[in-house]
Design a binder for this molecule. Structure first.
Ligand code: ACO
Length: 462
């Protein structure tokens, strides 16, 4: 393809068009121009680069999407170097100070802040969809007493699709809206049922008089009292934590929701994919790891020795560092401000002193400064969850509740985007080709199958 040239405005002769990339294929000597728009090139533009007519064409290889934009999105903006996070253009700091989680959920989903009437209607709708079908309760009862609450949440969110079969009509605007309302309303109920199931306690039905976080605390902690009265300092802290966790652009679980949703499956099944991805320790599980680390450090006196271990690569400072933020994670700064408020109610978590000391030392240490390692969102959130008396297994569930609104916002954006196609990556094939089938008697064993320690059937596992 001929190189596109334009006249320079300053009259200094011809120059290559600015918004393109010129690529020379050294296999053939051919030169190609590829358009640059929004700071990206289209991977499909490389398909034209071939060694001959039969060649499939050049592909790009990016197994972890580390440098590939998978969509256009206007939901969430992150500038990792500057430590900026915005939802629909609004800075996270302002939203945490002046908004509520449910208002933020509306903002993420519908793209703008609601009027008072819209907000009232939204809160009414969410509040009146918090109940789940009684069969869901029976379904939860079927889990073992020690089932992981994320596993239960994953199954029950997926099961919702069988209760709302019309949700598969994803072209229907009302159905999409109802799925958004139902998911945001019911996920806290499912989370609380899973928690109570682990404790062998009766499930607590939603209380429509309470706020969204207040109702969650009631479903979790109500015992014999006629009416549970949540402490406003705790509901506010929980609301802020949920605003902070509501969305974070194309992270692992959001990518799972979009990927699964691109098959045009119903939104409950797509959201279940998000829960599954969040379950993994590299994604939603880091806050639990921070807590375990603080437990091991035991006292403030052990902090310098622990950090020496980190620098000698014997340890990792959990809750520090981030793939995108190379500055203080703005969410960590906000959580830190609310830690004291929570401890006023619950009593101070002694691990806070260790965490504060760790942060102080790390931020003054060249190892962490040079690598731009700062506290991330998970450094302080586990301390709050522990102060609320939540077991570590529930920490990731506490993340899934607010992330539900982000998943739905991104799913809605995807299903209404004209550019959306089923997500279907290519591969570099590394296996054998064109083998001939060998009769079973003539085969040689070439691979070892893993063998269980015992052939006896363990009834606990079957
Ligand atoms: N402790 C010690 N050293 C670290 C840490 C850490 N927490 N994080 C990064 N480093 C070091 C690496 O060893 C590497 O050093 P080197 O170049 O001398 O080898 C350098 O900093 C760059 O780190 P990478 O691993 O390349 O950074 P990456 O972007 O791949 O990893 C991650 C980011 C996974 C978050 C990492 O910082 C980490 O493991 N942190 C601890 C776990 C954690 O807190 N995860 C939660 C993230 S927030 C969230 O998911 C909601």
């Amino acid at each position: 393809m001929a190189e596109e040239q334009t006249e320079r405005e300053d009259g200094g002769g011809v120059a290559t068009a600015k918004d393109s990339l010129t690529v020379t294929d050294n296999r053939t000597g051919e030169t190609y121009d590829v358009e640059i728009s929004d700071g990206t090139v289209k991977a499909m533009d490389f398909r034209q680069i071939k060694v001959d007519e039969d060649d499939f064409g050049l592909m790009t290889y990016d197994p972890a999407f580390t440098n590939t934009a998978s969509c256009r999105s206007s939901v969430c903006y992150i500038d990792g170097d500057a430590g900026i996070l915005e939802y629909r253009g609004y800075p996270i700091e302002e939203l945490c100070e002046r908004s509520t989680y449910l208002e933020v959920a509306y903002l993420l989903i519908y793209g703008e802040l609601p009027t008072q009437a819209q907000l009232d209607e939204w809160i009414f709708e969410i509040t009146h969809h918090t109940f789940v079908h009684e069969n869901i309760k029976k379904f939860v009862e079927g889990f073992r007493y020690d089932a992981h609450p994320m596993g239960m949440l994953l199954a029950t969110v997926g099961a919702l699709s069988t209760f709302y079969p019309d949700a598969k009509n994803i072209d229907d605007r009302l159905e999409r809206h109802m799925a958004a309302v139902r998911l945001i309303a019911k996920v806290p109920t499912l989370a609380a049922f899973a928690y109570r199931h682990n404790l062998g306690l009766p499930y607590v039905y939603p209380d429509n008089d309470l706020s969204y976080p207040g109702n969650f605390l009631s479903m979790m902690f109500k015992m014999t009292e006629v009416k549970y009265e949540p402490d406003p300092r705790l509901t506010r802290a929980l609301d802020v934590l949920w605003i902070l966790h509501a969305d974070h652009e194309q992270n692992c679980s959001t990518n799972a929701v979009r990927g699964v949703g691109s098959s045009q499956v119903d939104p409950y099944s797509a959201a279940a994919a998000g829960v599954a991805a969040l379950y993994g320790p590299l994604h939603g599980g880091a806050n639990e790891a921070v807590l375990r680390m603080l437990e091991r450090i035991e006292s403030v006196d052990n902090v310098p020795a622990f950090l020496d271990g980190v620098k000698n690569r014997e340890e990792r400072l959990m809750g520090f560092g981030h793939r995108v933020y190379k500055n203080y994670d703005p969410r960590a700064r906000i959580i830190k401000q609310h830690v004291d408020e929570v401890f006023e109610v619950t009593g101070k978590n002694p691990k806070l002193d260790i965490a504060t000391e760790l942060e102080k030392h790390a931020l003054e240490d060249d190892y962490f400064v040079e690598r731009k390692l700062y506290p991330n969102v998970d450094f302080y959130s586990g301390l709050i969850y522990e102060a609320l008396n939540l077991p570590p297994d529930m920490f990731t569930v506490m993340f899934a509740i607010p992330r539900t609104s982000g998943w739905i916002a991104q799913w809605l954006e995807m299903v209404t985007d004209e550019e959306t196609k089923i997500a279907r990556p290519r591969q570099i094939y590394t296996g054998a080709r064109e083998l001939s089938y060998v009769d079973i008697g003539a085969r040689e064993q070439r691979t070892e199958k893993p063998v269980a320690e015992t052939n006896l059937i363990d009834p606990a596992k079957h």
